[in-house]
Write a protein that binds this ligand. Sequence first.
Ligand code: RB5
Length: 149
Amino acid sequence: MRLAIGSDHVGLELKPIIIDYLQELGHEVVDFGPYSGERADYPSYGKKVAEEVAAGKFDLGVLICGTGVGISIAANKVKGIRAVVCSEPYSAKLSRQHNNTNILAFGARVIGPELAKMIVKEWLEAEFEGGRHAKRVDMIKAMETGENS
Ligand code: RB5
């Protein structure tokens, strides 16, 4: 798959470990920054990766900040994005199968590299199941256009 990745300054140490792992799994990865250790505001990077994914330039996105919370909130402001923040693999897998998430976020201050790898692998290997779940995801999409307000 073609994957977009981004972080803030807190995610800078974990990000290259995850990029290497994703490449080992055979994915193409583009890093949207930051590239140095200066303080970097997570909304900018969450927005950038989310826009790339929403535009269809990438299949999925991965975001890392201190908790994964701020950067996932920012990503979810972009139309078409369903970002999930996960600290364990079960929710990551189900978020693909049931919610068709297209961005995975996690926190470098919350989980270590090995757990992060396990989470990202489960998430990437899971597939959206459609069916009754599609109707619910469509209801969320409709909220973006005001169709069900
Ligand atoms: C940065 O200090 C921190 O707020 C950020 O990495 C993230 O945890 C926000 O949700």
